[in-house]
Design a protein around this ligand. Sequence first.
Ligand SMILES: [Zn+2]
Length: 303
Amino acid sequence: MPRLFLVAIGMLLPLLPSVAFGVDASWDVKLFSKSVYPGQIIVISLEKASFPSSNFKVTFSDLDIQLFNCPSKPDQNLCGIVPIPFETKAGSYEISARREDSGVTRALSFSVQSGLYKTVKIQVNDETVHVNSEDQERAKREWQETKEILHKYYPKLFWNTPFQLPVASKVTSPFGVKRVFNDVLQSYHQGVDLRAWTGTSIRAANSGIVRLASNRFYAGNSVIIDHGFGFFTSYAHLSRIDVKRDQSVEKGQVIGLAGATGRVSGPHLHWGATINGISVDAMQLKKSLQPIFPKISAKAKAR
Ligand SMILES: [Zn+2]
């Protein structure tokens, strides 16, 4: 090969993007949403069919995102659920997707918006919020136990169909409402409240394994279901629990009855969802996962 030609190639090389090597030009990876609020999820999908032997690694901040076969195209695509913590400040962020064989990394940008969540100011005298030390101890112990459950990781996904509401009802208090007691931000609503009279059947939002079925100081009779891959849903204030710990449940199975147990003012279902211990809005999660499932024709739906 003439020397001049080699020199010319050498000069060109640094200018060539990775696509020049062919394979990566067609690497399809996308976020289903480019703009979210804190406490919501983003679904990512990436094409594995072109690189069947490759390992993919998806990260957001210091979080490793678990990938699973997309229910709509299990042979072609991988999907992942990225939870955006409630504390995330508004701004621009990136999710990184990397092919371990080639080292090629794609950065996918998205933005976090602010201003979705209302603040509720509550003025109370100290007597009303006072919890005796015994109950405080109990609540602390239960909080620790719950935290440990929600940070567990079961390496299998128990579902491949859409999530359903645990009770066909209306939202009475959405996720994320900030509660300010006597001008001090006390907490934010880490679940969504659904209207449900005492005795209404509460159903598993999807299949999984029961990890908690017991009475708690704040949440009353509670059930936590492990859906696999660090993904959990929880159900609180039940009047009756119909499942036991370590039991498998199917989507739609009755797990208990709605009630007003724990520290609540009236009967309702408090429904929560967490991924890797991060609380997310179960309603937004349910809706955002919809596109990863095969489309059901109107005909099939009617059956
Ligand atoms: Zn609630």
